[in-house]
Design a protein around this ligand. Structure first.
Ligand code: TTP
Ligand code: MG
Length: 388
């Protein structure tokens, strides 16, 4: 079978963008994450990783490990913009691009050779283009299927290009930890490790029946994956699934007015991103994390999709109140919209009110585009703004 499936994953993505935009940061330990000491690390440059800093680590711990680090709050819009440029480069070589995250994709290169050379040459060209146009490095894995390609890109990070040839599959896979296998989550990992199955090689010692008994359908999948067999196709999915925004407060919030003010600010952000992308969504979600870290996600479905600030805000309040989520100190709050469709897809309810809201939202967008984010503020936002 030909080596036609490529997995590309940018190196230390957010941090690399920061270093590229501000060359003074090159070579320095850059840590991107949370607005305050209470957040977690989004990512760390490879210089910072030497100190043991990694994604999802509390910022305070990162500061302890790497006090000389450059800590940045993160600029999500900028990373999204660079991500679009990265994907444009991918689309230049093939339309068969499956986006996995902001900095990661599968490319199916079957049939691209006549135009651009074989997959190895294409991989080199993609790395060159990423570097020459955007100043960024990526790690690439090339193999015969998605599972192997993703494994391979991780084997030679950063700035790597790992070509996983047929003859090497067993030798490379067998010593790897089972957590590297697609579909092995925390629970499966614990279960298998409690039985002494810690590597892919050990996993292969179990028969198909044994694995099915142990883990059901997932077990069958593991049987095949551990042998490098994966029939999943690269699925073209350049669609965003949801747009959301969440914040960890500098201090836990219990005051309803303050909470609603931040909810409004986040609803504005989310609805604005939807409008910019020409999207609307019919599920509104909120996320609440209390001081003791218990976390609740609640959602409500609408008959008709929306990207209107007031509807999103109103439904978010409804979710907070209906689920009695107010009253305890809140550490983190988030609002999101999912079940997305193109704007205006179902224009069933063009009530006058909607038209009014549309106009208001669009006017505010325009003013903000022209005069900056804080040029227009709703009365409720003032409280929140002052308390930040
Ligand atoms: P990753 O590709 O997992 O990480 P990375 O690109 O920073 O580093 P590398 O691939 O070289 O190991 O994630 C891509 C971006 O997604 C990352 O730059 C920041 C963001 N991210 C978070 O915000 N939180 C997280 O927990 C993780 C893992 C990533
Ligand atoms: Mg990455």
């Amino acid at each position: 079978m030909a080596l036609n499936i490529m997995h590309v994953d940018m190196d230390a993505f957010y941090a690399a963008v920061e270093q590229q935009d501000n060359p003074a940061l090159k070579g320095k330990p850059v840590i991107v994450g949370g607005l305050s000491n209470r957040g977690v690390v989004s990512t760390a440059s490879y210089e910072a990783r030497k100190y043991g800093v990694h994604s999802a680590m509390p910022i305070v711990e990162a500061k302890r490990l790497c006090p000389e680090g450059v800590f940045l709050p993160g600029r999500h819009d900028r990373y999204a913009e660079v991500s679009r440029q990265i994907f444009e480069i991918f689309y230049h070589y093939t339309p068969l691009v499956e986006k996995l995250s902001i900095d990661e994709a599968f490319l199916d290169l079957t049939g691209c050779s006549r135009l651009f050379g074989d997959p190895i040459q294409i991989g080199k060209k993609i790395k060159e283009e990423l570097y020459n146009k955007l100043g960024l490095t990526a790690s690439i894995g090339l193999a015969r299927n998605k599972f192997l390609a993703k494994l391979a890109s991780d084997l030679d990070k950063p700035d790597g290009f790992f070509i996983l040839e047929e003859k090497d599959i067993d030798r490379i896979l067998e010593p790897l930890d089972i957590s590297k296998v697609w579909g092995v989550g925390k629970k499966t990992e614990e279960l298998l490790k409690s039985k002494g199955i810690d590597t892919i090689g050990r996993l292969k010692s179990l028969s198909l029946d044994e694995l099915e008994m142990l883990l059901g359908k997932n077990g069958i999948q593991l049987y095949y994956l551990s042998r490098g067999i994966d029939n999943r196709k690269v699925e073209v999915n350049n669609q965003v699934k949801s747009i959301s925004h969440e914040e960890t407060f500098a201090e836990n919030r219990v005051d309803k007015n303050l909470i609603l003010a931040s909810l409004l600010r986040m609803s504005i952000k989310v609805s604005r991103r939807l409008r910019k992308a020409g999207l609307q969504g019919s599920t509104i979600e909120i996320k609440v994390r209390y001081g003791d870290f218990t976390t609740y996600n609640r959602s409500v479905s609408l008959a008709v999709g929306t990207n209107k600030t007031d509807i999103i805000y109103e439904k978010a309040i409804y979710l907070l109140e209906k689920n009695r989520l107010l009253g305890k100190p809140i550490r983190l709050l988030g609002v999101g919209v999912s079940n997305l469709s193109p704007e205006g897809a179902q224009q069933l309810s063009l009530f006058e009110n909607n038209i009014k809201m549309d106009k208001l939202d669009k006017t505010i967008d325009l003013l903000r585009d022209r005069f900056g984010e804080s040029s227009v503020m709703r009365a409720r936002n003032l409280d929140d703004f002052k308390s930040r």
